[in-house]
Design a binder for this molecule. Sequence first.
Ligand code: GKR
Ligand code: MG
Length: 430
Amino acid sequence: MKITDLIVTPIAFDDPPLLNAAGLHAPYALRIIIEIKTDENISGIGEIAGGSAALESLNQAKAFLIGMDPFERNRIRIAIEKGFEGVKDTMNVGYAPKNVANRIYSALNIALLDLCGKAVEKPVCDLIGGRVRDRIDFSAYLFYKYEGAGGRFGMGKDAHDPEAIGWHKFKEQQFLTPEEVVEEAKAMCQEFGFKSLKLKGGVFEPQVESDTVIALSKAFGKDTPIRIDPNACWTLETSVEYGKILEPYLEYYEDPCKGQEAMAELGRLVSIPRATNMCTTSFDEIPSAIKLGSEDIILADPHYWGGIEATMQLGKICAVFGRKLSMHSNSHLGISLMAMAHLGVACPEISYAMDTHYPWQKDEVIKCGRLKFDDGAIVVSNEPGLGVELDYDALERLHQNYLKCGYTERNDEIEMQKVVPGWTVKDHIF
Ligand code: GKR
Ligand code: MG
């Protein structure tokens, strides 16, 4: 079998006004859908974060793929690594891998595994060693949020989708206080069955966010695991102060402060497990992470660590060096959810409910429409590949969204400045 084409399609889908340490989500989230085609009429699909650098690099990657056998994933990876050697990733977020090759190969690896699975009629989890479980739990990803639906309905009181029902209607409300976040958590858990909670912090004064964690714990009880992620905008001192307060409530403390040194020092002063998707984000950073002791849990992500197979290897490395493994996420659709789920059922080292932004989205790009959570988990079937197919009409609609929406990069800081003039990430330190 030979690869004949790589089709790269940028898309934009509705994203509600969620708040984080970098600012505010724009009304549209950007992703790129790829499809690798072969001379045997079998193709594989993948999905990664959007932006012009990734778009350009994926289009360049085509040259390294054409004519290759999709089963030769190691050769393809080496060709991509050589082809993009030294090219820095310009993605505008702190947790992005430092080089383009890693992110581009991540997307290709997911699509190649989907393709190979479809060719041999096996699910992706079987190609990476086989499943160790049939279902993988996800956690409720809670955000402080302005009122509105995102997309063409935008933000604010008049920005509601008249057709939204159930959870989608509820999620258009504002969630800004501890009490409102408890309501959000209850509604999300009721709809999807999640049993763990993650609060995206780094938005308000730490006292408000600490009160929110405590309110969640009171509402859900001590047996519900809770995490907070201020995305490194708390100083070490603040992280220690609130770490001590939150010790009895947290399952893990995700990136409160910035950098491996500060996270290591935090570990000496506070006894909650520390997790990261910011200070240790690639294999290159593991030696210093181990030397310093900067985290207890690495939040893996097959979109950043070099794909599904590389993330399996990360699991083994984590086990050797006494790290645990959980999962990071970004605004995404069903192809990514299934890539994460196949990894989740196959990787023995993943021992926490994984993050997903999926409940915040409404659009889909796959034929079966929105994927369903079964009591908080995704059940991985024996369907070949990732088990999902591209819906070309939906792809075209979301591509048109991309062309019309006027966004080509994610920039939460600029979005926030539209609401709070002069707001900067640099000054947003607690
Ligand atoms: O979507 O606002 C967001 C998150 O803050 C995302 O950008 C982060 O990558 O989910 C993330 C995390 O740091 O865990
Ligand atoms: Mg995080």
